[in-house]
Design a protein. Structure first.
Length: 197
């Protein structure tokens, strides 16, 4: 067999049907759309429409919500960091921030911040400055002799201090925190305490 003798298998490439090209073609005049009606016209967009019946997407219950203020984070696994170091694209000797990860081709853009996830093995000791990291990732990085600075923790502490300062200026008490644990047990405990009193 030669290169100029290579062909598709019989029936592998189906010929395209051209519509609206005369009655002899079998798909002329109305071009397979039938006669009149909405579907015979152009520009019909009836996705999800079920003829007036309550559509499926409205019959199904709502669940959860979409947080409009949620941060979009660029997620990076440990194996990707190690691959970049092995390829000589990432310098493990200094602090590694989002810009360095973009320059090394580990991520395309930093988005609202970088989050480190714990999939894969890390052999190099790294000093990472990122928005956040999973508990498993922090454990693996520290086990390899590195460290992680999570900007999220500092930002949350700063926000909490700002709220506390504002409440103190207005003479408000700090917001009460709900007790941790199972709601039923807490309710039972509260009832017993009230009964004793």
């Amino acid at each position: 067999m030669k290169l100029n003798e290579i062909r598709d298998n019989e029936g592998a490439h189906k010929k395209r049907m051209r519509v609206g090209r005369g009655p002899g073609s079998g798909k002329g005049k109305t071009a397979g759309r039938g006669v009149k009606g909405q579907k015979s016209r152009s520009g019909v967009a009836i996705g999800g429409f079920e003829g007036g019946q309550m559509p499926l997407y409205m019959r199904m219950p709502k669940r959860g919500f979409n947080n409009p203020n949620a941060l979009k984070l660029a997620e990076v696994n440990l194996w990707r960091l190690q691959d970049a170091i092995d390829a000589g694209k990432l310098d493990a000797s200094g602090e590694i921030k989002g810009d360095a990860l973009v320059a090394a081709g580990v991520i395309r853009r930093t988005k609202d911040g970088v989050r480190i996830l714990g999939t894969g093995e890390l052999k190099s000791a790294l000093t990472l400055v990122v928005w956040s990291a999973s508990a498993g990732a922090v454990k693996a990085i520290e086990a390899a002799g590195g460290s992680v600075v999570q900007e999220r923790i500092a930002a949350e502490a700063k926000a909490a201090a700002r709220v506390e300062k504002r409440n103190a200026a207005k003479g408000k008490a700090p917001p009460a925190k709900a007790p941790r644990g199972d709601a039923n047990k807490i309710s039972a405990r509260t009832t017993r305490t009230a009964a004793k009193a």
